[in-house]
Design a protein around this ligand. Structure first.
Ligand code: NAD
Length: 477
């Protein structure tokens, strides 16, 4: 890849102030893929100062014009869709078909926020006490520091900048150090679409670059998508300057398979929802609970279906499964599987090993017979590994589904509407799918309960998170 990457700061494309660069590795081959500017606290300061200078003007820009700029950004992404998909595929190790399929969705996210920017609602102005008129304003928060994870770099960039810019904030975006390429390219593509300083994109390590964004006194809000432990640390550090914090963190999505489920649909869905993006997805269907009466058949059908996932050349449109993002991630996944095997009560019905060629490959894996208290059931593996646990009664399934620290997404497979609605009510997760797992839409919020964080992505709720309500009261008599 010959593309050279630069930061977007104050409307200009620039190298890192200290002129250092970082090497980006191709996860499929372990070879060097690109060099990017390696940011420091000084770059954070430069970007935040630019965003702070731009804030007043952008906040005062009519929603119509903010909306028009976001629509142009959507159009530009559309015009560069194939290029962006190709960069994303190589940087993250995603099959090209998956990288391509993400682009229309993130364009739709931007178009949604372009529309929503013009439809902010709230209480009607009125005389809520005699002699005074009250009215509501929804103000942008200020400079937003947006910190993204490595698994969906372009989509996370869009989920963060869409609502923040639509609401009139200015943004400093920091992608993950492993996968900064599409966010940096997005910065280049957006450079002439917004007034200088409205959108800034810099890259670098969590410490010091992310940490400097969290500490900066001119940043009013931090939005993180990342690991739960990073979220806790950021919330703690942001408290020193009382920043607003928006956290989309880890997940451990349960899939409840009741005895009246359509098992063919379950298998077809899990083959995708458990393994898309190599399972490196916070909503991945990874924790399957099957009623004892259907457990054996489900495991029997799942094993060949999962084993049939096509791996290999990421540029081949038929490839379904790529490598993991890094050797650290592969060791982490292998560690979870090895420890599960040691417990002796589980059976690896397919997969279980790292690949034998260069690149961070790991076989798609099904672990049958895992127990509720097992580490592999309780903790986020973030790899192509699903567990299947047997349950005896429906209450037990719901209790077990809720019995983890996470609360991002869950699904229920049943043909009984009572089962479905009862589970939807009782499951403590931000998204509950019925006879589906993974699909999201721009109009609905995506966010967590418990250790999966707080705040919503997408939808008008995200727009709300990036604004502050202000009451203006006028004496009228
Ligand atoms: P991570 O927490 O290691 O890193 C996320 C980002 O935080 C990176 O940009 C990193 O540089 C930065 N960072 C790290 N330490 C920091 C610090 N001390 N101060 C400021 N910034 C810091 O997460 P990851 O490994 O990149 O991503 C995987 C995690 O993200 C998983 O746990 C996954 O579940 C979660 N995730 C959640 C969602 C969601 O919507 N809830 C979506 C995707 C990923």
């Amino acid at each position: 890849m010959t593309q050279s990457y630069r930061f977007l700061i104050d409307g200009s494309l620039v190298p890192a102030l200290e002129e250092r660069t970082a090497k980006i590795v191709d996860p499929a081959t372990e070879s060097a893929l690109a060099e990017v500017p390696h940011g420091s606290e000084r770059d954070v300061d430069r970007a935040v100062e630019a965003a702070a200078r731009a804030f007043e003007g952008w906040a005062a820009t009519p929603p119509r014009d903010r909306s028009a700029a976001l629509l142009k950004l959507a159009e530009r992404i559309e015009a560069h869709a194939e290029e962006l998909a190709s960069i994303e595929s190589r940087n993250v190790g995603k099959p090209i078909s998956l990288a391509r399929s993400e682009i229309p969705f993130l364009i739709d996210n931007l178009r949604f926020f372009a529309g929503a920017a013009r439809c902010v609602d709230g209480r009607a102005a009125g005389e809520y006490t005699q002699g005074f008129t009250s009215m509501l304003r929804r103000e942008p928060v200020g400079v937003v520091g947006s910190i993204a994870p490595w698994n969906y770099p372009l989509m996370m960039a869009v989920w963060k900048i869409g609502p923040a810019l639509a609401a009139g904030n200015t943004v400093v975006l920091k992608p993950a150090e492993q996968t900064p390429l599409t966010a940096l390219r997005l910065g280049e593509l957006a450079a002439d679409l917004f007034p200088p300083g409205v959108l800034n994109v810099i890259s670098g390590d969590g410490i010091p670059v992310g940490a400097a964004l969290v500490a900066h006194p001119k940043v009013a809000m931090v939005s993180l998508t990342g690991d739960t432990e990073t979220g806790k640390l950021i919330a703690k550090n942001a408290a020193a300057t009382l920043k607003r914090v928006h956290l989309e963190l880890g997940g451990k999505a349960p899939v409840l398979v009741f005895d009246d489920a359509d098992l063919d649909l379950v298998v077809r869905t899990l083959r995708v929802a458990g393994f898309a993006n190599s399972g490196q997805d916070c909503t991945a269907a990874c924790r399957i609970y099957a009623r004892a009466t259907v457990f054996d058949r489900l495991v029997r059908d799942l094993a060949p279906a999962v084993a049939s996932l096509k791996t290999g050349d990421l540029e081949n449109a038929d490839t379904e499964l790529g490598p993991l993002v890094s050797s650290e991630q592969r060791s982490r996944v292998q560690g979870f599987v090895d420890r599960a095997v040691k417990s002796r009560h589980v059976e690896i019905v397919t997969g279980g090993h790292a690949g034998d060629k260069r690149g961070f490959w790991f076989e798609p894996t099904v672990v049958a017979g895992a127990r509720q208290e097992d580490e592999i059931v309780q903790r986020e593996v973030f790899g192509p590994v699903i567990t299947v646990t047997r349950f005896d009664d429906d209450d037990q399934a719901i209790r077990w589904a809720n019995d983890v620290n996470y609360g991002l997404a869950a699904s229920v497979f049943t043909t009984n509407v009572q089962h479905a609605m009862d589970a939807a009510r009782r499951l403590r997760f931000g998204t509950v799918w019925i006879n589906e797992h993974l699909t999201l839409v721009s109009e609905m919020p995506h966010g967590g309960f418990k250790h999966s964080g707080y705040g919503s992505d997408m939808s008008v709720y995200a727009l709300g998170d990036y604004t502050v309500p202000k009451h203006v009261m006028v004496r009228i008599s």
